[in-house]
Design a protein around this ligand. Structure first.
Ligand SMILES: [Zn+2]
Length: 79
């Protein structure tokens, strides 16, 4: 279990978080995922078993609890 951030040496705390899981051109939001979160820079650490479960959930046809519409915008200078 990670307790110190690999990047900034900040403290990593266990939390249940929401993950935007991407694979290929697809995106699924997975809620309630156990992860370690750096209190300083926000880097997230997942146990390999947790990551595998997320991959399975992502490709499975489990009925979603909710559906989001996501807007995709291209970066440009604010007008
Ligand atoms: Zn950090």
């Amino acid at each position: 279990m990670v307790t110190e951030c690999y990047f900034c040496k900040g403290k990593v705390m266990q939390a249940k978080i929401k993950v935007d899981f991407r694979w290929g051109r697809k995106l699924k939001v997975i809620e309630n995922v156990p992860a370690g979160v750096c209190q300083q820079c926000g880097e997230r650490y997942f146990h390999s078993a947790v990551y595998k479960t997320m991959e399975k959930l992502a490709v499975s046809r489990v009925k979603p609890t909710a559906r989001l519409t996501v807007d995709v915008v291209r970066f440009k200078q604010a007008v």
